[in-house]
Design a protein around this ligand. Structure first.
Ligand code: ADP
Ligand code: MG
Length: 246
């Protein structure tokens, strides 16, 4: 079996025409089933995503088995051909817009998830109150949100078809929240130029003001704090604190 990726508690393998993602013991059974269920629900929208085949135990560890998609991730392609970056970014945003055009009424709600994350953020009660207020004043939307939409979760096939993987964070909610999360992910990787290019493209293609996306920044930054990554903390706290942007 060929190793596709290896993180501390998550490994991905290829076995013929299937891809096996194996989870370490720090993952709760319910998280793994949630990821598989999200994937099954999003499959029903008709988006190009690898089909779920099995959820099972392999040598005492939970595993999700899906179709293997031949190709290269978009982040690798962006690295390889920087001269094509604006074309890639356009395709990336177009794909995200396609996800956001879908509905999956049984997915968890983004607002519920964000309210929970704010509670778990470790921020003080005053800031949490502000964040809950901000979140609850946002309009109700029910668009499919990937929740971790970044170029490493997109596989481009040799025929230039794009598949979206990694549905563990999917919810239904506001497009701007999903865009704020993507923007934050570029910033956390210190890809400031890509972050701005992305935000421009997303707002232009949806004919919306950047403020719509920026309004979500304190909330998505607070939710990212829950991951407890020390190296991100200072940066995220700055985003949480910035209340007036304009
Ligand atoms: N169905 C698939 N077919 C081929 N490669 C895949 C597939 N799903 C994921 N990968 C590869 O494995 C990597 C990690 O998978 P992903 O589900 O994103 O896990 P993680 O939660 O570790 O980010 C992806 O970035 C991609 O390169
Ligand atoms: Mg991933």
């Amino acid at each position: 079996m060929e190793i596709l990726s290896e993180k501390l508690e998550k490994k991905s393998y290829r076995d013929g025409d299937v891809r096996i993602k194996i989870f370490g013991s720090s993952y709760k059974k319910s998280d793994i089933l949630n990821e598989a269920l999200n994937q099954a629900r999003v499959e029903e929208t008709g988006l190009a995503i690898p089909h779920l085949l099995e959820v099972k135990m392999i040598e005492g560890q939970w595993a999700i088995v899906t179709e293997f998609i031949e190709g290269e991730t978009l982040d690798k392609l962006m690295e390889k051909s920087p001269e094509k970056i604006s074309v890639y970014m356009e395709q990336f945003v177009k794909l995200q817009n396609e996800v956001l055009s879908k509905r999956a009424p049984l997915l968890n709600r983004l607002k519920d998830k964000m309210n929970r994350k704010i509670n778990e953020s470790g921020l003080n009660a005053t800031i949490r109150y502000d964040l809950h207020t901000r979140l609850n004043s946002m309009r109700e939307h029910s668009k499919v949100c990937h929740g971790d939409f970044n170029p490493s979760n997109i596989i481009v096939t040799p025929e230039d078809k794009m598949y979206i993987v990694d549905w563990s964070h999917a919810t239904q909610g506001n497009a701007s929240a999903d865009a704020a999360r993507t923007y934050l992910l570029f910033k956390l990787k210190k890809q400031d130029d890509l972050a701005e290019l992305y935000l421009n493209e997303f707002c232009k293609s949806n004919d919306i003001a950047k403020q719509y996306v920026r309004e979500w920044m304190p909330i998505v930054a607070a939710s990212q704090l829950v991951k407890g990554n020390e190296s991100e903390k200072e940066f995220l706290l700055r985003w949480v604190d910035v209340v007036d942007y304009d």
